[in-house]
Design a protein around this ligand. Structure first.
Ligand SMILES: [Zn+2]
Length: 237
């Protein structure tokens, strides 16, 4: 298992060295096909992904009730195999290095979308509950946000939004209403989020939008000026 958290530069250097040593003795295998050796995510699998572009990247997620207030959600790909399988590996099989390629794909989607990134925009990853993050060792959404932030020179704020209670994993719930109830009131935002000109939420998969909606509502309740979202994949049309 490779360790990856918010590490100091020295620890990061040691971690990189340890990963290189591990790769020498246990070469990575593509999480998509399980065949291609020497890479975590091979070119052939990437070519089979249903990448989204232009208007197809963007959906308007209604926030409450009458649906007049919406949040723009940009997604890089359809949630089908092989990327669906690889996202599962990214979340549950200690493969944080997949964030490099995934983050790059999300940057491309954002750049090609019609969403205007404001001067003073801040990236906010969807947080995990503290105990779940401890078990997993990293928050996959935060890893994505850090790579996107580096590429776009945007700050990443991993503290302004917190998950204040543990919730059942959304992927295990089939019914839309139950998914919404599962995350209702699960997030709290710090009032300093009001200082950002725009907040771009970062998450792996957009399914019903229940989690992104709750995050956006928490941010708006704390005074956020403008909220949008960027996900790696979208499960529905
Ligand atoms: Zn592959």
């Amino acid at each position: 298992m490779r360790l990856y958290a918010s590490l100091t530069p020295l620890k990061q250097w040691v971690s990189t060295l340890a990963t290189a040593a591990l790769d020498l003795f246990y070469p990575p295998v593509c999480a998509g096909c399980g065949v291609e050796v020497g890479t975590w995510w091979c070119a052939a699998c990437q070519a089979r992904v249903e990448w989204l572009c232009g208007a197809a990247c963007c959906r308007a997620l209604p926030l409450e009730g009458d649906g007049t207030e919406t949040v723009a959600v940009i997604s890089a790909a359809r949630y089908t195999d092989p990327i669906a399988r690889v996202i599962q590996a990214f979340k549950y099989e200690a493969t944080p290095h997949l964030a490099v390629a995934f983050g790059a794909a999300m940057v491309t989607a954002l750049r090609e979308s019609s969403l205007a990134v404001a001067t003073g925009a801040v990236l906010v990853p969807v947080p995990l509950y503290v105990q779940r993050q401890r078990v997993r060792g990293y928050n996959h959404s935060a890893l994505l946000a850090r790579h996107i932030g580096q590429a776009l020179e945007l700050p990443v704020d991993e503290r302004t939004l917190r998950r204040v209670r543990n919730t059942e994993q959304q992927a295990r719930i089939r019914d839309d209403a139950t998914r919404q109830a599962n995350v209702r009131g699960a997030f709290k935002a710090d009032p300093r989020c009001a200082n950002a000109a725009q907040i771009i939420l970062v998450d792996d998969v957009f399914t019903t939008g229940a989690t992104l909606r709750e995050c956006a509502l928490a941010l708006k309740a704390a005074g956020a000026q403008a909220v949008a979202a960027l996900t790696l994949a979208r499960a529905r049309d």
